[in-house]
Structures are given as structure tokens and as C-alpha cells.
Design a protein around this ligand. Structure first.
Ligand code: SF4
Length: 65
């Protein structure tokens, strides 16, 4: 079972790209201009923690089991 779950509220995302800048391994901007995590279930939080911190609208939440 995954140890880390990424929950993102795409409604709130303003497409600033900060999450992609600090964590390109798991974040990308999609065609609608908003970002999206490539994986939402991971074994380690890695740079996703940073992505959640830098998001100006705080729409990235990380759940640790
Ligand atoms: S940092 Fe937040 S608002 Fe900016 S693109 Fe990422 S999820 Fe969207």
C-alpha cells in the first residue's frame, strides 16, 4: 500500500507552475493550463512536500499513512 497520497484541488489551481518548478519529477502543466500530479500514490513524499509548500493557493495536500 502506498505510504503517501497526494490530494489536489484542481478547481483552485491558478497554473502558476511553482509546483512544477520545485518538483518536475511528479508535476506537470496540462493542456488546460493547470498542473496535475503524475502519480498520486507514492512510497516517499520526496519533493511533493516542497510543491505543497510553495503552492500560493495551497491546493496541494499530502496525506501520510
Ligand atoms: S503551485 Fe499550486 S497553483 Fe501553482 S500550478 Fe501548482 S498546484 Fe497550481
Amino acid at each position: 500500500m502506498a505510504k503517501v497520497k497526494i490530494i489536489m484541488d484542481r478547481e483552485k489551481c491558478i497554473g502558476c507552475g511553482s509546483c512544477v518548478a520545485v518538483c518536475p519529477v511528479n508535476w506537470e502543466i496540462k493542456d488546460d493550463g493547470k498542473s496535475k500530479p503524475k502519480k498520486t500514490e507514492l512510497n516517499e513524499v520526496g519533493c511533493n512536500e516542497k510543491a505543497a509548500q510553495v503552492c500560493p493557493v495551497q491546493c496541494i495536500k499530502i496525506e501520510k499513512a
